[in-house]
Design a protein around this ligand. Sequence first.
Ligand SMILES: *Cc1c(COP(=O)(O)O)cnc(C)c1O
Length: 402
Amino acid sequence: MTGRAPRRPKRVATTLAHGGRHPELFDGAVNTPVVRASTILSPSLAEWEAKLARMLAGEPGTYYGRFGTATSHGFEEAVTQLERGHGTIAFPSGYAACAAAILSQVSTGSHVLLPDSVYFPVRKLASGLLARMGVVCTFYDPTLTPAALADLLRAETRLVYLEAPGSLTFEMQDVPGIAALCRSRGVSTAMDNTWATPLCFRPLEHGVDLSVQAATKYVVGHSDAMLGYVACGSREVLAGLRRTHEDLGYATSPDDAFLGARGLRTLEVRLERQGATGLALADELARAPEVERVLHPARPDDPGHALWKRDFSGACGLFGVVFEPLPRAALEAFVDALELFGIGASWGGYESLVMPMDPARFRTATRWSYGGPCLRFHAGLEDPSDLLDDVRGALAALRRAR
Ligand SMILES: *Cc1c(COP(=O)(O)O)cnc(C)c1O
């Protein structure tokens, strides 16, 4: 990229404000505009040929709309600085980023280890496209120590996939320990880091090779775009990912990349507020006698708390609640009494959400031992006192309906 590069690495909030912006290239405009393009013109035959050579050599540049324009490249540049990576590729959704990270590392005959708490569509990838390709996937208990995980590695194991905290169930993993084990065995690692974002945990700094983010969630932050990215720890890993990105014809919309870059500017203040509100809500719910367990690694009573405290610098606003067995009417009364929590999937926007979940349906390597209903909460940017009042009102409705 041309433009003013920072003279020295900056702290996170400064990178969020300045990363990937090049006003000098866009008439002084503070934000890189939405550059919509398929064809990119060359001014002469010689420049066309030089550009083609740079493209074939894998050098960064603007060559064709499918490979990104200034808008997505600016977003990728900011993310690379945040993740302290070698390079980043944007994807048209978070799931596309998960799938590409895996596909970039495997071929027929490869073995992949996936955590039992993995984001559900990745589980479907394992039994679908990966199985058809002849890639063998096995699921592991996400709470295994690196030593126990070592026993599951095979000669053909190419990739250990991580996600911490786990989707729906919020188990923590010993990421540095697993990454070190894999590196010593020549096995790659990829981590879905959507919950923490690079503000609370940076996988590449802990030895992970590919850091995957569903930017749809906190990076975009406003529930109005689909976007993903994979940040890579080395030149070789980036080259493999670029090849997969090209092979599959992924193209990220410049409008969505623009919204991703815009989201970065306020990511830290949103996360701080939403993380604190989420913890306050989790604490309130944990005090209710009808709640069997709260799933939130930032709470000291959580089984993953020690790992969270050792490795993570904060939390987002997403957590789970396991109720004791309840009549259906009581659960319904609770959820329907909530006025400020929309019922819906996805998360990371400015608004609060609640969603029923049934972890028992999605696991094969571990057993979900709770019998009561589970809800996933997302804390938005509403006034925390209003959200707490809403939850207290819903608990009262639950008690009336029992
Ligand atoms: C939502 C989500 C994804 C997928 O992101 P999309 O942008 O919805 O495709 C991947 N991983 C995790 C942990 C998620 O929560």
